[in-house]
Design a protein. Structure first.
Lengths: 373, 123
């Protein structure tokens, strides 16, 4: 789960004492002391799928980027169409290296003349340095260190948040807006990392505890730790940076070509464009896939994927027990000719062979709130 | 009947020359939700310190080592069928395996219950 930056002292989240008061077990993650669980991972997972879960993701990097033609400038680093991204809309995108591999995945929102960008916690310092180095000098990358980020996820998230932020339920999936909540300005996006409907709330660090208290005062809302965040995103088929995507994978290998819009495919102009466009045309050397695993024992990151002759044809990059399905599931890479759902493969972990099959993802259907249009 | 504990958070209940082995309440709490358990088959001979069983929580896999040597009499099929039983009753119905003690002197140096509970509080 994520990259533990275990070197050096851990930073405390703005809600550190709040988590401890809620009974959290804290673990090092991405350079922070973070809550891994409160009452238990399975109970928290199921609660989020049926009610509403409150996640503290303040370790993530919140950036604003501004300057002349900032959208064009960002398109030199990201393969998404940002020029045609409408105001207040989010786009999932990828910070790419010159060889077309993935430095990080991120969410970018156009907010008037600037972009609001959320990047992963373990990678944020490197991302900021990289973007400042490669963007024109007049594009300013501001790291909003005084902002906390809370996510409220689940089928009852909208009704719970609507009570505090009237109008928020009018947002569509991948849309954001400015709201006054508890008398404080907050930026709320309808987005998340669980596959459920939900919101991400950017709030001043010194107002985060008051917001968290107000949210869990609703009987449908409970605090949820990193453990369930990981099992929820795995069921949703969403990749975790540093595990399922990294500097050895391209967007095409990772099955993320949806993040490269038509105009960008036609025009290129992003790092690694020749390689990436060739992979779109001719197919990548490996593809990210899901695996159903027979039996009850979880198969985890690092397990080898074998064909019927025992040749290694890929690796598991995330794996665990699915609380919703009550069986093991995994994600990883396989050679393209073995990447069709239903293909039987063996998985090898600690010298033991497991029977598995390539599975379509998500394992558990997404339930995003998309407007009719 | 005597009850012993190890620093690896296993308990050993000795009745005559039969020892029942499981993991402590502290261990199950630290592991969290247990989703898989594999226990040794009857007849298997275990040396002290040898890998004897596997227990996996949502987050991680752990080996359970034989705290004493002997021949396995029974693995607990109930925890293989319902691994969460280890969370619910770790020091009772959630036992892992029973073995016939090969050498009772291997019990020397293990903690008694009071010493173990005191020691756990210091962790």
């Amino acid at each position: 789960m994520g990259t533990d930056s275990s070197d050096g002292p851990l930073e405390a989240l703005p809600l550190d004492s709040w988590h401890r008061a809620q009974g959290a077990r804290m673990v090092p993650f991405a350079g922070y002391d973070m809550p891994v669980q409160y009452e238990g991972i399975i109970a928290e997972h199921v609660w989020t799928r049926t009610n509403a879960g409150l996640f503290d993701v303040s370790h993530m990097g919140q950036l604003t980027m501004a300057g002349p033609n900032v959208d064009r400038a960002l398109e030199t680093l990201l393969p998404g169409d940002l020029i045609n991204l409408a105001d207040m809309k989010l786009r999932y995108s990828l910070l790419l290296a010159q060889d077309g591999t993935i430095i990080d995945d991120l969410m970018a929102t156009r907010r008037g003349d600037s972009f609001y960008v959320v990047v992963n916690g373990a990678t944020k310092q490197g991302d900021i340095e990289d973007m400042r180095a490669r963007l024109p000098r007049d594009v300013i990358v501001d790291h909003m260190r005084e902002q906390a980020l809370l996510a409220l996820q689940g089928p009852r998230a909208a009704e719970a948040l609507e009570n505090l932020a009237p109008g928020v339920s009018n947002l569509s999936f991948m849309e954001g807006g400015a709201f006054q909540v508890l008398g404080r300005p907050m930026w709320i996006s309808r987005s998340g990392y669980t596959g459920e409907d939900g919101f991400e709330i950017s709030v001043a660090a010194n107002a985060a505890a008051e917001l968290a208290d107000a949210l869990i005062a609703d009987e449908t809302v409970k605090p949820i730790g990193l453990g369930a965040r990981d099992s929820l995103r795995l069921e949703a088929g969403l990749p975790l940076y540093g595990h399922d995507i990294d500097r050895t994978t391209t967007p095409v290998m990772a099955g993320l070509t949806f993040a490269i819009q038509k105009r960008r495919r036609a025009e290129g102009g992003f790092p690694g464009d020749l390689r990436i466009l060739a992979e779109i045309e001719n197919g990548p050397p490996l593809r990210r896939v899901g695996f159903d695993v027979d039996g009850r024992q979880p198969v985890r990151e690092g397990a080898r994927v074998l064909d019927d002759e025992g040749n290694e044809v890929g690796r598991v990059t995330s794996g665990g027990f699915s609380p919703s399905l009550q069986r093991p599931i995994a994600m990883g890479y396989a050679a393209p000719h073995l990447a069709e759902p239903g293909t039987a493969l063996k998985l090898e972990q600690r010298g033991k062979l497991f029977d598995g099959r390539v599975a379509a993802m998500p394992f558990v259907p997404h339930r995003y709130h998309r407007k009719g249009a | 009947m005597s009850l012993y504990f190890t620093r690896e958070h296993e308990w050993i209940r000795v009745e005559g020359d039969t020892a029942t082995v499981g993991i402590s309440d502290h261990a199950q709490q630290a592991l969290g939700d247990i989703v898989f358990a594999e226990v040794p088959e009857a007849g298997r001979s275990l040396a002290k310190g040898q890998e004897a069983a596997v227990v996996e929580s949502v987050k991680a896999a752990s080996d359970v080592y034989a705290p004493v040597g002997g021949e396995v009499v029974e693995g607990n099929a109930a925890i293989a069928d319902d691994p969460a039983l280890i969370n619910r009753d770790p020091e009772g119905d959630g036992w892992f395996f029973k073995l016939t003690l090969a050498d009772t002197s291997e019990l020397d140096g293990l903690m008694d219950e009071a010493s173990y509970r005191d020691w756990v509080k210091t962790l």
